[in-house]
Each structure stands twice: as structure tokens, then as C-alpha cells.
Design a protein around this ligand. Structure first.
Ligand code: NAD
Length: 486
């Protein structure tokens, strides 16, 4: 097991101080099923204090975040990026122990977190409004202003990455933050808050209130002192959070998961497609909102491609995060049991397992492992084709031609990502335009995380955009100033 973090993991970070909550929660490492730490169990009181501290930091009463120029904010983000780089190994070890993800994935996540701070550090002083030609005698401009206190409720699947995505952009734009990490995994987030403090972030500019969704999460979403809310998690919780925010007319960004298709035509580079299909669903044990969880394969190459896919899945191994195998455990026993019962019910409906990976012999008995698997023979309209499973399970459908592929790709209420594999340029563009999703990748999948690339969903995958300059703009609002000078 890896050593515990430097900061007090059982405390909240409020107003620049580590603050004890009345009670704590045990944190279980999913690879071994053993307690690895305790975290604070924040409630109304801590959320209230955090929102107050963030408001003071924004309004200038506490610390000085609001008085920092855009350039100074950007420079500070770059200092934190360097600190994340220097602390990389500890952060990656924390992420691996806390989420169970393989070490190589944890490494990639910490690098991505660092890159968010670098990207938004560089972007902070490049965000500007416009001048607008208007009637004679007027000068009209738009100012991009920060909202103020931003609430961020994030999940357990990529704590450090999503921290980078939300916090770096919000701070770069001049906001202050109250962040509620997920109860299942938040140790890296607490260490990142500690690093931010060590790098001289003014007290209250960033506050972290760990705890349960039904306590700290509910209190934060309903708080009247927040001016913007970002949520990443399930559509069901997203609805509750958006309803709570609507009571105070707070704008929300919702990132709610997906059922993303990888569509492979017979003329595609099938070797490259095969690698991307395996990675797209096995990464993070399939617990990725943008997982490529549906394979749509053109009939004439289906048999050969599925045979190669089956070989690849049969060779996959599941093991503890620190063993750095192909696939780690699911986050907790509940997720494992929900997934297993959905798989059992699919098999009862006639669905077949084409191929599956294996548990490594040395895998810890207490880990929450579900082996990667490929499912075929899925009846039309079955929930496996429409609903997110959040596990390493790929479902396969065959299609005849382009219109058939498009109809199947769009036959879900989700719409986060899609992969299109074809050498035909016209088809690439037609599908990119007609697929109902926030991102389309042609002859690749995921663009290696694409920190610079706007990301977000349509339909049940949510709304609003994160990442890139769109993500930065979404943490500002426009003020129009019209000057009549005669
Ligand atoms: P969740 O949506 O319930 O939790 C996400 C975050 O919201 C956590 O920080 C949680 O504490 C908080 N939360 C929970 N209830 C809340 C409430 N009523 N008000 C405010 N905040 C609340 O997700 P989960 O229970 O951890 O996982 C359930 C399912 O969600 C998964 O099976 C998966 O399908 C989906 N999920 C999606 C993503 C994603 O990236 N899209 C991430 C995690 C989970």
C-alpha cells in the first residue's frame, strides 16, 4: 500500500485553513477493499463557511484574489503547474490507491491535471470582450467578468483531472471556488488544495468540502451565495443539482456521461481502430463518461474484426492499481454489484459474451473487479445499447451502410462523444455533422484527452462546455457597456 498524503486528509480546506468536521468518513481503496484513510464529512456548517470564505476572497474582504490582474493570476497558475509536476509521484500514488486505477493511468491523469493549470495559466490574460459597431455617437464594448463564487461538484472517476478542468479555468477567469469532491475518492484533490495554498493562493480563493452527496452536495447546490455551478456525475443527480441551482437562477454546466459509439467502416485502418476500441472501453475500467462503450462495425468486416477483438480481450488482465495491469477494479462494491446484476439480466435476455479478460492470479481478494468483456447478440432497443453501464463492457452492433450506422449511433438519449473510422473524406464530414454528440473523432478516439478541445454533451449527456477556451469563457459573463459620446 502507498503512504498516506501530507495534508490532514480528514479535514476540509476552508478559508486557507484545514478545518475539522464533526464526524469523518472512511475511505476504502477499491483494489484491496480495505480502509486507507478518513475524510471530513462536511455538512451545512462547513459549506456555509466555505461559501462565505469564497465570497470574501472574491469581494476583496479576505485575501486578494479579486484584486489580482489577469496576468498575475495566469502566472500563479503556472507556479501551481510546476508544483504539481514536482509532486507528480505522490499525487499519482494517491490517485492509484484511492481510485484503484492502474498506475500508468494515474500518471496520465496527474500529467493532465498539470496541463490544465498550464493551459489556463497561459490563457488567463488572453480572454477579452469585444467592441461593437453601433449608432453614430456611441462606443459599445463587452466586458467579460467572472461570476464570483463558483460551486463545483465532481465525481470519483478522475478526481485530479476534473479538479484541473474546473478549478484552473474558474480561477483563471477570476472566480473563487467551493469544490465538493466525491466521497469515494478525493485524496488527490486535498493534496492539490494543499499545494495551491503552499504556492500562495489567497485564503478563500479555493475551498474543498469533502462529504456525502446528500449532505455537503445538497447544501452546496442549494446555497444562495453561489453564482455558478459545475456538476460532473450521473444524469439523475445532475437533475437534482440543476433544480436546486435554478431556485437561485444560478447558471449550471452539466457533464453527465454517455453511451458513445465507435463506428468502423470496412475501408478504415482496422489495426488503428482495434487499438482505439480496446483502449476506449478498458481505460479506467470503463468508468469514463466518454468511454467508447458501443462498437458499430460494418457487416463485411465484422467477423474478422470481432475475431481479433476477442483475442485482444482474452489477453486482458485485471489487477490492483499498483500492479499496473490492463484494467483495475470498479470504485466500490455497490458499483460492482449493480453492474453484475445488469449483466446477469442481459444474459437472461439472450445476450452472449463473445470474449472476456481474466483476473490476475495475484489480484487481491477484496478488490472490486469485473473483467473486461465484449457482448454480442443484443436485441434491438435493449437497454445495453442505450444506457451507461460504467464498467469495462463493450456492446457490439453490426450495420450495413452509412445511414444504418448513423441511425444506430443516434439511437440513445446520450450524446457525448463518437468515433468515426473511415478513409472516405465525404463520409467523415457527413457523419461528423449528423452525429448527435458534443465531440466527434475521425480516425482516432479521444484525441489523448484534448485539454485544449471543448468538451460537453447534448441531450442526457448534459449541457455547457468545459476544456479549451470555451471552458474558460463559460466561467465568465458578458456585461455590455454603451457609451454615448456624441
Ligand atoms: P453521482 O452523480 O451520484 O455523484 C457525483 C457527485 O455528486 C459526487 O460528488 C456526489 O457526492 C455528488 N452528489 C450525489 N448526490 C448529490 C445530491 N443530491 N446533490 C448534490 N451532490 C450530490 O454519481 P455516483 O453515485 O458516484 O455514481 C453513480 C453513476 O453515475 C455511475 O454509475 C455512473 O453511471 C455515473 N457517473 C458518471 C460520471 C461521469 O463522469 N459522467 C462520473 C461518476 C459517475
Amino acid at each position: 500500500m502507498h503512504s498516506l498524503p501530507v495534508m490532514p486528509p480528514d479535514k476540509a480546506f476552508i478559508g486557507g485553513e484545514w478545518v475539522a468536521s464533526a464526524t469523518t468518513l472512511k475511505v476504502e481503496g477499491p483494489s484491496h477493499g480495505e480502509t486507507i484513510s478518513q475524510i471530513a464529512r462536511c455538512g451545512h456548517r462547513e459549506v456555509e463557511n466555505a461559501a462565505l470564505a469564497a465570497d470574501k476572497a472574491f469581494s476583496g474582504q479576505l485575501g486578494s484574489w479579486s484584486s489580482w490582474s489577469a496576468r498575475r493570476r495566469g502566472e500563479w497558475l503556472l507556479v501551481l503547474a510546476d508544483a504539481i509536476k514536482n509532486d507528480h509521484d505522490r499525487l499519482a500514488a494517491l490517485e492509484c490507491a484511492d481510485t484503484g486505477k492502474p498506475m500508468a493511468q494515474a500518471d496520465a491523469d496527474i500529467t493532465a491535471c498539470e496541463r490544465y493549470f498550464r493551459f489556463y495559466g497561459g490563457a488567463a490574460d488572453k480572454l477579452h470582450g469585444e467592441t461593437i459597431p453601433f449608432d453614430n455617437g456611441f462606443a459599445v464594448m463587452t466586458l467579460r467578468e467572472p461570476y464570483g463564487v463558483c460551486a463545483q461538484i465532481i465525481p470519483w472517476n478522475y478526481p485530479a483531472q476534473i479538479f484541473g478542468r474546473c478549478v484552473a479555468a474558474a480561477l483563471a477567469a477570476g472566480n473563487t471556488v467551493v469544490l465538493k469532491p466525491a466521497e469515494d475518492a478525493c485524496l488527490s484533490v486535498l493534496r492539490l488544495a494543499e499545494l495551491a495554498s503552499e504556492c500562495g493562493l489567497p485564503a478563500g480563493a479555493l475551498n474543498v468540502v469533502p462529504g456525502l452527496g446528500r449532505e455537503a452536495g445538497v447544501a452546496l447546490a442549494a446555497h444562495s451565495g453561489i453564482q455558478h455551478l459545475s456538476f460532473t456525475g450521473s444524469p439523475e443527480t445532475g437533475t437534482l443539482v440543476a433544480q436546486a441551482a435554478a431556485r437561485h437562477h444560478v447558471p449550471v454546466t452539466m457533464e453527465l456521461g454517455g453511451k458513445s459509439p465507435q463506428i468502423i467502416f470496412a475501408d478504415a485502418d482496422l489495426d488503428a481502430a482495434l487499438d482505439a476500441v480496446v483502449k476506449g472501453i478498458v481505460q479506467n475500467a470503463g468508468q469514463t463518461c466518454s468511454a467508447g462503450s458501443r462498437l458499430l462495425i460494418q457487416e463485411e468486416v465484422a467477423e474478422a474484426f470481432l475475431s481479433r477483438l476477442a483475442d485482444r480481450f482474452s489477453s486482458l488482465r485485471c489487477d490492483a492499481g499498483e500492479a499496473d495491469a490492463d484494467c483495475g477494479p470498479l470504485i466500490n462494491a455497490r458499483q460492482k454489484s449493480v453492474l453484475e446484476s445488469r449483466l446477469a439480466s442481459a444474459l437472461a435476455d439472450g445476450v452472449k459474451v463473445l470474449a472476456e479478460g481474466r483476473l490476475a492470479e495475484a489480484a487481491p481478494a477484496g478488490g472490486h473487479f469485473v473483467v473486461p468483456q465484449v457482448l454480442v447478440g443484443i436485441p434491438d432497443g435493449h437497454e445495453l445499447l442505450r444506457e451507461e453501464l460504467f464498467g469495462p463492457v463493450l456492446v457490439v452492433q453490426c450495420f450495413k451502410g452509412e445511414s444504418d450506422a448513423l441511425a444506430q449511433a443516434n439511437a440513445t438519449d446520450f450524446g457525448l462523444c463518437a468515433g468515426v473510422w473511415t478513409a472516405d473524406g465525404g463520409r467523415q464530414l457527413r457523419l461528423a455533422k449528423q452525429i448527435r454528440s458534443g465531440q466527434v473523432f475521425v480516425n482516432n478516439y479521444g484525441a489523448a484527452g484534448g485539454i485544449e478541445l471543448p468538451f460537453g454533451g447534448v441531450g442526457r449527456s448534459g449541457h455547457g462546455r468545459e476544456k479549451g477556451f470555451e471552458g474558460l469563457r463559460s466561467f465568465t459573463r458578458i456585461k455590455t457597456v454603451a457609451i454615448r459620446h456624441g
